[in-house]
Ligand binder design. Structure first.
Ligand SMILES: Nc1ncnc2c1ncn2[C@@H]1O[C@H](COP(=O)(O)OP(=O)(O)OP(=O)(O)O)[C@@H](O)[C@H]1O
Ligand SMILES: [Mg+2]
Length: 323
């Protein structure tokens, strides 16, 4: 008797893999530790962490919201690291859909059975099954990871609807996956931290009230004291140097706030401090090289929010304000 069984896995160019690359998801591979070496645990961060950790421990999802560059993602990562669980990072994206999150059919598996029992009779039996590739959310929900859903409001409400039953009933619906079960039970340790930037809602998607109603929303704002600590520790600048950088960034920020707009964030201050440190540029108002770096980094912000709408006028503004 000669019986041969072959297993063939043919993965056709699938929609899933296309979406996986276009959704801009997960830089962190789900279970790799994140290097938090350059994170500065400021007083503000400590206060926020001790306030928010019990909410997550009690099983409630958190939502950190605030203007760009206030540290929402950095704090979310820090908070997630408090739990002894792998962290999964998901970036909201208008192209993200259910297939990205819960998976979809990504090809076919065929089992071939060739039966040559009697030499003259040849029997061939092929069974073709659809191959389901579970999406990232399935893995996280099943294994109890801590999920950071960064900029969730960039995804469409239809996609985010999945979270309604996860957060309320603890089940993940498996729409369109052709699984025997139509839902999956979510692990008890599965925690979610959402982040969003309210300014981005305009022109993207309205945040869903139903989703917001299930989240504990914490507003994160610019905090000068925390920014000073971060500049000092992360970039190694002196206190007076950090103060000078923050004073200059702060002036542009104030000019923007006066126009009801958000100005440069901590990112701009970090850029100035890092460049000066790495290029041995003395951080002093009298140093032309330093003021040049400040102008280069801050001019676009200034032009965007004030009537200094060309470079020449922006230069004049800086001459007056910082020289
Ligand atoms: N406590 C901290 N320690 C070290 N770096 C920090 C800290 N908080 C924020 N940063 C740095 O400040 C910058 C802005 O932080 P982050 O990206 O978290 O802001 P965000 O609020 O998520 O901004 P966006 O809305 O643009 O996504 C990043 O470079 C981040 O690494
Ligand atoms: Mg962010």
């Amino acid at each position: 008797m000669k019986k041969r069984s072959e297993k063939n896995t043919e993965t056709s160019p699938s929609k899933t893999s296309e979406h996986q690359s276009s959704s801009g998801r997960t830089k962190n591979q789900g279970n790799k530790p994140i290097n938090r070496a350059d994170f500065v645990e400021t007083e503000k961060v400590k206060e926020l962490t001790s306030r928010m950790k019990p909410y997550l421990q009690a099983g409630y999802p958190l939502h950190l919201t605030g203007p760009t560059g206030v540290g929402k993602t950095a704090i979310a990562l820090h908070l997630a690291a408090q739990f002894d669980k792998p962290i999964m990072l998901l970036h909201g994206n208008h192209e993200m859909n259910n297939v990205d999150l819960i998976g979809g059919v990504s090809g076919f598996t065929s089992d071939k059975l060739i039966d040559n029992f009697v030499r003259q009779v040849y029997k061939k039996q092929t069974e073709v099954k659809e191959k389901w590739n579970p999406g990232r959310l399935v893995e996280a929900a099943q294994k109890g990871y801590t999920l950071i859903y960064d900029e969730f409001s960039r995804s469409s409400p239809e996609t985010n609807n999945l979270f309604l039953s996860i957060l309320e009933e603890g089940i993940l619906p498996l729409y369109g996956t052709k699984q025997n079960q139509s839902f999956m039970k979510v692990h008890k340790d599965f925690r979610v931290i959402f982040t969003s930037n309210p300014e981005e809602y305009a022109g993207v998607f309205d945040t869903q009230d139903a989703l917001l109603d299930r989240l504990i929303t914490i507003e994160i704002e610019h905090d000068k004291k925390a920014e000073r600590e971060i500049l000092r520790e992360k970039c190694g600048v002196l206190a007076k140097e950090a103060d000078l950088i923050l004073k200059i960034t702060g002036k542009v920020r104030t000019a923007c706030v006066d126009e009801n707009k958000h100005g440069p964030s901590l990112r701009a201050s970090l850029m100035i401090a890092t460049i000066c440190k790495k290029s041995d540029i003395t951080i002093s108002q009298e140093n032309k090289k330093f003021t040049r770096v400040c102008k280069d980094i801050l001019s676009t912000h200034l032009m965007k929010c004030t009537e200094q709408n060309n470079l020449l006028e922006a230069e004049k503004w800086f001459e007056k304000e910082i020289s």
